[in-house]
Each structure stands twice: as structure tokens, then as C-alpha cells.
Design a protein around this ligand. Structure first.
Ligand SMILES: Nc1ncnc2c1ncn2[C@@H]1O[C@H](COP(=O)(O)OP(=O)(O)O)[C@@H](O)[C@H]1O
Ligand SMILES: [Mg+2]
Length: 235
């Protein structure tokens, strides 16, 4: 198992948000974490990447407990986090934004990502190479944040609602990018509110409600379970 989370409890002050979350991701797998607004999906990702300190629980990444480690160390070990608010640098060019995702102190990896390689997968970014981040569309900003995450050569990427607010055509592009990354052998934990997107991409899904996992199974099993879908997913 690449990443195994057991009985994670995370608080905001006195609010007990994550109430014993357990989930796991195998190497190269796409797993989706689904659930309505406010159930704790982002809190789960922030707990994994070390932006929040869980009060208890284990997060085992490649055999090492990373729970409570500083987030830059977790990132160095091979976990990339793409936040939902697409934090690109508006005054830097597309290329400069990508270079920020590199970790120059790490040994150069054979087959590692470079700007040129990124541009093969993201031709829309290549066209914008010298332009400032501020002038990108929402879809291009999303591509850029994902691409920047790849520049650190992660083994697993945590993607927080990457298709949110994008036009259907752009959603398709982002889905294809996620497939390409997966084909590259990178595992993905995909947080989504859009069940259709998750079912098209993920081999397994977890459904959250109020800080708990209330369902886990294959996409097919979720499709065949209208009760769970109505109660926890569809409006
Ligand atoms: N900074 C914060 N301080 C206090 N409560 C927060 C904070 N961020 C999120 N919450 C609360 O934690 C719960 C889970 O939020 P979040 O993980 O963002 O949900 P989701 O990503 O599933 O929409 C919500 O009830 C939200 O109000
Ligand atoms: Mg969220």
C-alpha cells in the first residue's frame, strides 16, 4: 500500500471535524473521495499534506508515518497537493510558475518531469509559456497548478476539486490530464463533489459525511447503490 490512513482525527479548535477517517491508496491507483460541501474532504487532504495537525491517527506513506510532519518534508517524500483555490503566482510567467514546482536540492531523477516534458502533455500551457499567470483562464490556471505539482515528481497527488467551476469542455481536458498522470504511474486521491467525474476516473471511491467515511467500494458498487447516492451525494 502506497498511502494508508488509519483512524484520523482532526480538529479546528474545539470542533471535531475528522472523526476517525481511514482510507488507502495503492501505487498508481486513482481513488476518489466524494461528499457534499462541508463534510471534511479538504480537511482530509490538508491533514495528509501536513497543513493541519491531526490530533490522532496514522498516515503511513511508503512505510513511514508522516502524520504531523511539516508539509515541505511530506512534499519532499513524494506527495503533491493541488489546493482547490489554484494558487498560481499572477506576476510570474507560466514557465516561472512551473519552475517553482521543482525541488532543485533533490537529485535529478531519470524520467523526471521537466518544463519541456510538461509542455508535451499540456500544449495549452506551452502556448502561454511567457505569459503572466494573471492572464490565464480558469481552466489554464487549473492545468498550471496540476502541472506545477508534477514538477516535484510525486508518487501520489492530492487533487482538491480540480474540475470545480470549469466549463464542460475544460472538464474533459482536465479529466484527460488526470488519466495521463495516472498512465505515468502516479497515484491520485481525487476529491470531487461531481460524482460523474469521479466515476469516470476512479477505480475505487470513498464517500464522506460529517467527518466519517460512510461508504467505500468500486465505482460500479456506488452506481448500484442508489440509497447511498441519494443520502450523501445527489441533491
Ligand atoms: N479554518 C477553519 N476553521 C474552523 N472550521 C473550519 C475551517 N475550515 C473548515 N472548517 C469546517 O470544517 C468542516 C469541513 O470543511 P472542509 O474540509 O472544507 O469540507 P469540504 O472540503 O468537504 O467541503 C466544515 O464544517 C467547515 O465549516
Ligand atoms: Mg473542500
Amino acid at each position: 500500500m502506497l498511502l494508508k490512513i488509519s483512524d484520523l482525527n482532526t480538529f479546528y479548535e474545539e470542533s471535531h471535524i475528522l472523526q476517525g477517517i481511514s482510507l488507502e491508496i495503492d501505487g498508481g491507483e486513482i481513488v476518489s473521495l466524494l461528499g457534499r460541501n462541508g463534510v471534511g474532504k479538504t480537511t482530509t487532504l490538508k491533514s495528509i499534506i501536513g497543513l493541519l495537525s491531526p490530533r490522532s491517527g496514522d498516515i503511513i506513506f511508503k512505510g513511514q508515518n508522516i502524520c504531523g510532519m511539516p508539509s515541505f518534508e511530506i512534499a519532499n517524500l513524494g506527495v503533491a497537493y493541488v489546493p482547490e483555490d489554484r494558487r498560481i503566482f499572477p506576476r510570474l510567467t507560466v514557465r516561472e510558475n512551473l519552475l517553482i514546482g521543482m525541488k532543485p536540492w533533490q537529485k535529478k531523477q531519470e524520467n523526471g518531469w521537466t518544463v519541456e516534458k510538461i509542455y508535451k502533455y499540456f500544449p495549452a500551457l506551452q502556448e502561454r509559456d511567457g505569459q503572466k499567470g494573471a492572464y490565464l483562464s480558469g481552466g489554464e490556471q487549473q492545468m498550471l497548478t496540476i502541472a506545477r505539482g508534477l514538477m516535484g515528481n510525486p508518487e501520489v497527488m492530492l487533487l482538491d476539486e480540480p474540475t470545480e467551476g470549469l466549463a464542460p469542455k475544460i472538464v474533459e481536458t482536465v479529466e484527460q490530464i488526470i488519466r495521463d498522470i495516472h498512465n505515468h504511474g502516479v497515484a491520485i486521491l481525487l476529491v470531487e463533489q461531481n460524482m460523474r467525474v469521479a466515476l469516470r476516473l476512479a477505480s475505487r471511491v470513498y464517500v464522506m459525511s460529517k467527518g466519517n467515511i460512510v461508504f467505500q467500494g468500486t465505482g460500479q458498487e456506488l452506481k448500484e447503490n442508489p440509497e447511498i447516492r441519494q443520502k450523501y451525494l445527489e441533491v
